[in-house]
Design a protein around this ligand. Structure first.
Ligand code: NAD
Ligand code: SER
Length: 318
């Protein structure tokens, strides 16, 4: 066991609920302080604290109380939800990150993790195999906050030596928790609908390709990035991270191999316009070169694993 104390923000979320468990496995249950603005739906081992990431005073007090050495700052408002209340999304996403970066600077914290997103790209970005460095003109408040956040991370690294590391996740797909209001959420919902024997009303069109990733790959990438020697990290904004790229039609066809009667209806809504500005696939060569990133799951392997695990969960809950 390592002797760090980790504070996780947004620990109840889609990513937080899985990454917090992985961190507890690595560092020990008592060494990982899960926090969120709401209580968790299910009790779990180890400390939990209510924390609004905009409350700098309480944030600082919790870091002192637990003698925190690392923060995994996951709490955010995602792309689709962000468009419902752009100013609130900006405030939460930016003030939360600046609170974390200031705490890291003032209290000389060892390391910070903060996720960025494919949402940093926009309609003027080349959409196939999108390079690490390219044109970035996002047109969602979420994307604007992530791009600004990346530059703030680089600024705190360069000016104050804060060791903050970041990944531009694609859409994340997992069976343990539901997503919290993104443009890629259909790719989780589709598995639930297949298992429940219901039709999926898909909010994207059948040919909308997006970069995606299975949660075990995302969790492993995060831990590998954070474990890498500091001199291996050449990107101080955020690394492109790739794994899968598929359209709603392709994931539907894959699921149909397991559930031949499963049906889908395409009903694109405002999220289509967001998806249209994001890459189809990303070039993650820099992550592969710097800290040996390599994804494990393809669409078929992810689908098999998602369906197996969702079936087990359904059996347990009946
Ligand atoms: P989520 O919406 O599932 O979870 C966010 C969590 O933050 C929730 O538990 C929510 O209660 C909490 N939260 C919201 N406002 C808060 C506040 N003011 N103070 C404290 N907590 C607050 O999101 P997620 O999918 O788990 O995403 C985690 C991080 O990963 C985010 O930064 C997101 O931008 C990034 N990311 C996620 C994806 C994805 O596909 N899930 C893709 C790219 C990047
Ligand atoms: N999955 C996320 C979203 O759709 C991407 O950051 O918002």
């Amino acid at each position: 066991m390592k002797k760090d104390t980790i504070l996780v923000t947004g620990a109840n979320g889609q990513l937080g609920s899985e990454l917090t468990t992985a961190l507890k496995d690595l560092f020990g249950e008592e060494q990982v302080i899960a926090t969120d603005i709401v209580q968790p739906q299910e009790a779990s081992e180890g400390p939990f604290e209510l924390l609004d990431i905009q409350d700098a005073e309480r944030f600082s007090a919790l870091v002192d109380k637990y003698q925190v050495t690392q923060i995994y700052h996951l709490a955010a408002i995602l792309s689709a939800r962000g468009e419902q209340n752009p100013v609130q999304a900006w405030d939460i996403n930016m003030n939360g990150l600046l609170n974390v970066l200031n705490l890291a600077k003032e209290k000389s914290l060892k390391k910070i993790y903060w996720p960025s997103s494919i949402a940093v790209f926009g309609p003027t970005t080349p959409c196939d195999n999108t390079p690490q460095k390219t044109v970035m003109e996002p047109n969602t408040v979420y994307g604007i906050s992530k791009l600004s956040g990346e530059l703030w991370c680089q600024y705190y690294f360069e000016k104050f030596g804060v060791d903050v590391r970041s990944l531009r996740y694609p859409g994340l797909i997992g069976y343990k928790a539901l997503p919290g209001g993104g443009t890629t959420d259909y790719a989780v919902d589709i598995y639930h609908k297949a298992i429940e024997g219901k039709e999926l009303e898909c909010f994207l069109s059948e040919d909308s390709y997006l970069p995606m990733m299975y949660m075990p790959d995302a969790v492993r990438a995060t831990l590998e990035l954070m474990e890498a020697e500091a001199d291996k990290i050449s990107v101080h904004t955020s690394y492109n991270l790739g794994a899968l790229s598929f359209s709603p039609k392709e994931i539907y066809e894959e699921i149909k191999k397991h559930y031949p009667d499963f049906s889908i209806r395409y009903q694109p809504d405002f999220r289509q316009a967001i998806a249209d500005t994001w890459p189809n696939s990303v070039d993650d060569q820099q992550a592969r070169d710097d800290w040996d990133w390599k994804p494990e799951y393809d669409l078929a392997a992810m689908t098999q694993d998602m369906l197996d695990n969702l079936k087990k969960l359904k059996t347990v809950s009946v």
